[in-house]
Design a protein around this ligand. Structure first.
Ligand SMILES: *Cc1c(COP(=O)(O)O)cnc(C)c1O
Length: 377
């Protein structure tokens, strides 16, 4: 069953179709669960589930058995809350800004505590309520981004009152180089995580992101935190991608033309036709999440035929070289593939000089979004 979230009038009007396969999402979750067992798998659904729509993604994962959902910012937790039953845990990776602790406690959202200051604020909130409040504690094991440094952990252990009122459910850290299995930083972080873990024996250990799940059982802990792999992105930098594709993007043709040799194409005339060419202009550009860096380098597909992008990517349109197609093969309203069976997320990301994460989280709001429900499989 295909469920369109837009009305028919909007679906006819849309410049392109973004299809999000919730069945593939659930299959990916199940694969990650098998891969990380006996540890459990949470789901990282920050940034609107990597751009795919957390209101659809989170309930589908809950149905598949997921109970721990990580977002980055507290505002995301507030917006996610109505879509999940009350036994789902929502955790905030960046922790709380001062002043939000009461709201967070009221909502039953679980903060990740990244500093002694955040520990103090959460403990004060718990004590003021005569309550015990759950939290995760993040250790910085070598990324220098978020989390307590070793000497701050020493302070916590030397002065356990600092954790008064806090139920430390999870102790966690994050890998900086997990997608490069041979990188020496992985083993260094693993050793530091082991040391931290031994000091908080009662908490669940959460270490592996998507890549970490594939680094082997040493990285498993008790709760993995996959993000990108759920959404079909390759967890490791090289080798076969074991995940099922979740996203398909097709964009409509708005105009075709034949130009003579010497024709200048697009803003800045950055491409000049060296011979007669057939062109098709498609109705999506950088405002729809197709990076300007694809100018004169990326491509779309029509059937099996690669159609190179010529000239600069505009805000709302892109020009394709369709000379390799029969004249008239493409016409107004036909759809070309930007992400799909012929061009993976990784390919378009590489062409754009970026990573799958950035492509997904930039996917535009002007496409018709079609969600394929898990039951359809
Ligand atoms: C984003 C994030 C994840 C998910 O990472 P993926 O590489 O997408 O699997 C896990 N943990 C933390 C702390 C993150 O910031």
């Amino acid at each position: 069953m295909t469920m369109s979230v837009r009305s028919d009038i909007e679906s006819r009007a849309a410049c392109g179709v973004l299809t999000i396969d919730l069945g593939a999402l659930v299959a990916n979750y199940q694969l990650l669960c098998r891969q990380t067992a006996p540890a459990k798998a949470a789901a990282v659904v920050k940034a609107d589930a990597y751009g795919l729509g957390v209101a659809h993604v989170a309930p589908a994962l809950y149905e598949a058995g997921c109970r721990d959902f990580f977002v980055a910012h507290f505002i995301e937790a507030i917006r996610l809350k109505p879509y999940l039953p009350s036994d789902a845990r929502i955790l905030v990776l960046n922790g709380l800004m001062p002043g939000s602790e009461g709201d967070c406690a009221d909502l039953g959202v679980v903060p990740v505590l990244n500093s002694l200051e955040q520990v103090a604020n959460w403990s004060a909130t718990a004590r003021a309520r005569n309550a015990t409040l759950p939290a995760a504690l993040q250790a910085d094991t070598g990324m220098s981004r978020l989390g307590l440094e070793p000497r701050e952990l020493d302070t916590l252990l030397a002065e356990p009152d600092r954790l008064a009122g806090i139920d430390l459910d999870i102790i966690m850290s994050h890998l900086a180089c997990g997608d490069e299995p041979a990188h020496a930083a992985n083993a260094r972080q693993l050793a530091r995580m082991g040391a931290v873990r031994s000091r908080f024996p009662d908490a669940r250990l959460s270490f592996a992101n998507s890549a970490g799940i594939f680094l082997g059982e040493d990285y498993r802990g008790e709760l993995a935190r996959p993000g990108i792999a759920l959404y079909g992105g390759a967890p490791l930098g090289e080798g076969q991608n074991p995940m099922r594709p979740v996203v398909r993007l097709e964009v409509g043709v708005v105009q075709t033309r034949t130009v003579p040799a010497g024709a200048e194409i697009g803003y800045g005339a950055s491409f000049v036709a060296s011979s007669e060419m057939r062109l098709a202009t498609i109705a999506a550009g950088y405002a729809d999440g197709l990076p300007r860096h694809l100018s004169n380098t990326g491509a779309a597909y029509y059937g099996d035929v690669r159609l190179p992008i010529v000239g600069r990517v505009s805000m709302d349109s892109i020009i394709l070289d369709v000379t390799s197609l029969q004249p008239g093969a493409l016409k107004l309203g036909d759809m070309v593939e930007l992400i799909g069976p012929h061009q993976t997320l990784e390919t378009i990301a590489a062409d754009a000089g970026t990573i799958s994460y950035e492509i997904l989280t930039s996917l535009g709001r002007r496409y018709e979004r079609r969600y394929l429900s898990p039951a359809a499989r």
